[in-house]
Design a protein around this ligand. Sequence first.
Ligand code: SAH
Length: 283
Amino acid sequence: MDSETPLPALDWPVFEPGWVWLCGAGPGDPGLLTLHALNALRQADVVVYDALVDQAILDWAPGAEHLYAGKRGGKPSALQRDISLRLVELARAGKRVLRLKGGDPFVFGRGGEEGQTLVQHGVPIRIVPGISAGIGGLAYAGIPVTHRDVNQSVTFVTGHDQSGEAPSSLDWAAISRGSQVIVIYMGIKHIARIAGALLDAGRPAGEPVAVVTEATTPGQKVLETTLGGLEADLAASGLEPPAIICVGRSVLMRQVLDWQAMATGAPARDLDPLKRGRPAESA
Ligand code: SAH
């Protein structure tokens, strides 16, 4: 899309100088950006972006200054506090500041902290949600995050806490009992401990698991395995972060909903992977 292509008719919000808009950029595929985020890119003076934000998205703000605030190529990440205060400074300098974060800014994205700091400093904000990797990334792999025959709830967890350790505050036994489907962000590093905790809590070793890396990008890869096989299969696969890990029988639906494979001509692997029987044909 040309950066001049007009947006569809709507009373689009005007980006006022001195404001910070905290926007989600979606999981990767630029087409998953919201129109509000695109409207923001068209008006911003500065775009402060994280790792995992696609270059094509930044190209939609050709007139803006682009400031990188994430972790990439082994460079140490900017301190969260420094990022928040930088946003305050830019806003106070009268810029229209677009803070662009991967996925949704309020899902394991520290958007709440940044927003809080801005408000504490008297900077006006607007929040633009985005498609989170734990929902949209799984959809690109053909995995419905809820499916009536499988789950009435889903739990999103992070695989590491602020210290970088496996989160000790999580009650894995309660999560195992309470949620048929568990979606894990940032889970690769501590996968052995997480899989072990779920098995200890009574989840079956044969339970389906999918690991989706670089979801929604041209580099997307999907590993299908089981809880018991997860650690070894993941190591053998060589897959690397960023990854979304989905534990639960909804992973089986990929056998009929892997739309990307089907788009290349592959047939569905199983038309009824949950074996609930297909609706009887009407007479
Ligand atoms: N706010 C983001 C999550 C940020 S935490 C969101 O809502 O999606 C960063 C983690 O998100 C990564 O470690 C990974 O677990 C997940 N993630 C983000 N983008 C991803 C992608 N394209 N593919 C797989 N996982 C992704």
